[in-house]
Each structure stands twice: as structure tokens, then as C-alpha cells.
Design a protein around this ligand. Sequence first.
Ligand code: ADP
Ligand code: MG
Length: 462
Amino acid sequence: MADPDREIWEKVLSHLRAHEHEICRQWFDDIEPIGVADGVYRLRAPQDVHRNYLEKHCSEVFSAAVQSVTERLLTVRFIGPMDAAPQHATGNGHSKTNGKPRKQVIVPPVGANAGPSWRESLPVSPDHTFDNFIVGQENRLAHAAAKAVARDAGCEYNPLFIYGGVGLGKTHLLQAIWLEVKATRPDANIHYTSAEGFTTDLQAAMQSGQLADFRDRVLNLDLLIIDDIQFLTGRASTREEFFHTFNNLHQAGRQIVLSSDAPPDDIPDLESRLVSRFKSGLVIDVRPPVFETRIEILKRKASIRGLTIPDDAASFIAQHVQRNVRELEGAITRLQMIQQLDGRRLSLESVRESLGETIKELKPQVSTDQLIASVTDYFNVRLPDLQSKRRQKSIAFPRQVAMYLLRQHTRFSLEEIGGYFGGRDHTTVMHAVRTIARKRTEDETLDHFIESVEQRFGLDAE
Ligand code: ADP
Ligand code: MG
């Protein structure tokens, strides 16, 4: 091949598809290799949102893949479609080798809002577009409302409040709104955050005397999206300020979109004035997908990951995996792995074979609470500590053990486990699982503890 950069990239891509299937996406095909300069191998993402995904989830694995393919100490850096590729890198502060601080790179700020008491928007997955959202009778209205808001922010559906159980597409819809607005009105000022993130920022602003600044920032938004508003907490003064911020924004005709696991009336401890504010626009639910929707979702999810599932196999899966869409995704991840391992095309038989185990896995064999209780008892910590941001070893270590146990013995995804432990990233969970697996081989006491938990609940040791 004439182009060495492309040649490296193609090898890296097949390496990733073979070894890192959980992060791989079909659109990786659209990544363009730029080249190597001063120890940095640059790749151009098709859109900024892809670049963000890559930066967030893929930096380390991509660098490791490039190093393994080229046998050179290279670091991967991602750039967006509009970012200029430097002619030559300075090499100063650029390389992100393991353990070294990253950044000092001139990354355009995400939104114009980066500030001390205002965290960046939550990351948005490029997969969560309206196109990739399968519409069925269970989510038709929520989908239509989300589309309407994306088309015409500040419309009559304000606030738009979407609620429903876990894994039914609320976050997907919120992010689809984000993606659509960004695509159609790139200048729109959008903030996408969690209830926890928003209150933390608000509290920080209040404590540091920057409340006026915070209010201005909020009032400058065209669209405020808050995920999982059921976790709105904080002191009375914070909630008071939240109420006013919300009102001001609403009165200024700016669009607010909220998601929750329950309708406003059923959110525990939510004061009535907020309940009535949340109900003042459109409140709409998403329900678990019916069989036909499940089949469609499966096919779409599979194609995003570059997998083809035959019809009979898709209906077999849809019959057996029913509860929520995340479980369907889990099934797909498993099929992807199986296909990679034995290189066959998927067939009803291979799916049946592999799903046998998935179905077993999906049955709760032990509850999350039981696993966590065994960790908190043993290490003498409290669950809120594990869910907090605290990083000292006496907490961080039990947290990693809990993540490990949940990952090994429950059906929850890396994302879900990360979310549960204080909104951490899925790579943090991956790291915890690897760390504990390694430590088990070195630390007999730890190994013994984990074995005893597994024995107590009759779990298969992996
Ligand atoms: P929630 O926020 O309601 O817990 P998510 O939006 O995180 O759920 O959805 C979980 C996963 O299921 C996501 O990967 C999402 O893309 C997928 N999903 C849920 N509903 C749909 C749908 N109708 N079409 C396509 N994917 C869906
Ligand atoms: Mg969600």
C-alpha cells in the first residue's frame, strides 16, 4: 500500500475490532488518518461529537493499539473535521503517556461556557441520533415531542419532561435533541447535564460568590437539558435558587428538557412548586418496547456495530430478551464477541447457543444490594461513600471491588455500574475490573474475600 498512514490505520482498526469490540463502532470506517508527527499519530473524526466520543472512551486503547501494531511509542490524538492538522507537533506537553498528565493541547472549549463553577456538558454519544432511535407505539409520543423540541426549541412543549424505566431510551432521546440542534443550529447555546451536575455547579457558584455569573450563563442558554432530574438534591437554599433559575429560563422562552425515572408527582421529596413547574409543559412516558420494536432495535444496534443478524436469530433474541433495551445491547455485545472469536457468520444456531448463557446471565442470581452489602460490611464503608467523589484509598479500593463484583455477577453494563457509583465513566469501571482481577492474583486476602462472596451466593467464579 502506498500510504503508510492509512496502512497503519487499517491495521489498527482490525486490531481494535478484534480485541476491543465494546468500544468499536461502524463509523470508525469514516475516521481519517492524518499521520505521525513527533510521536503523535493523528486521526480525524467525521464530526466533533465523534471526536468527543473518541477522546473520552478511546484514547488509551487506540494508543495501545497503535503501539502494538507499529511497535513504536506513539500517542493517538483525535481532531475534529474543522480542526487544522498541525504541520509538525511541538512535542511539548503533548504526549499522553500512561500516568502523565494530558492536555495543554489547544482544544477549542466545549461551548463558550467553560468556567470555574460550570462543568462541561455531559458527553453525548454520536450513536444517539434520531435516526438510530426506533419508534414504536411505546415511545412514539416521546419521540415526536423530542423531535418537535429539536426543530423548534422554546416551543409549546416547555418544559418537555420524559419519564420511564431504566434503559428505555430517555437519555438517547435527550442526546438526539442535542445532536439535532447542534447539527441544524451550530451556534445554539446548549447545556446538557445531570441533576447532580447542575446542583453541584449551582452550589459551587453560590459558595464562591459567583451566583450572578451562573445565572447569566443559564439565561444565555437556548436549551438546557437535565438528565435524571429525580436526583435533584441539595440544601434548601440551593433548591430555592434552582427554582428561580428554572423559572427565569422558562419565562425567557428558553427550552428545558428533563428526564426522570418517574412522573413529577412520584419523585420523592420534590417540592410541590417544582412538581407543578415540571408539569407545566408536556409530560410524557416511554414504555418497554414490544416484540416488533425489539427486533428493529436489535437490527439497528447490530448494524451500528457492523454486525449482521439474520431475521430468525433476531426474533429469537427479541423473544428472549424482553425487559429493556440495554439487555438487548448486552446480547449484541455478546454475539459480537462470539463472532469475533470463532469468525463464523451469525446463524440462528450460533445465536441460540450463545444466548443460552446470556439468558442465564440475565436472570438475577444475586441482587446488587447483596453484593454491595458484602463489600461495605467487609471494608467497613458506607454505600454513599462508594457513590461519592471521594478518592482516598480506603474508599476507592472497596469501590473498585464493588465494581468488579457487579460486573462479574450482574447483568449491568459498564456504563450502568459507573453511573451507579457516582456517575463515573465506563472506562473507570473497566479499569477497576482489570485492577481487581490483577490484584486478586497478588493479594491472597482479597482473593479469599471475593471467593467467599462468590461461594456465599453460589456464583460461578470467572
Ligand atoms: P434510559 O436513559 O431510559 O435509562 P438509554 O437512553 O440510556 O435509557 O437507553 C439504553 C440503551 O438503549 C441506549 O444504548 C439506547 O440507544 C438504547 N435504546 C433505548 N430505546 C431505544 C430505541 N427506541 N431505539 C434505539 N435504541 C434504543
Ligand atoms: Mg438515562
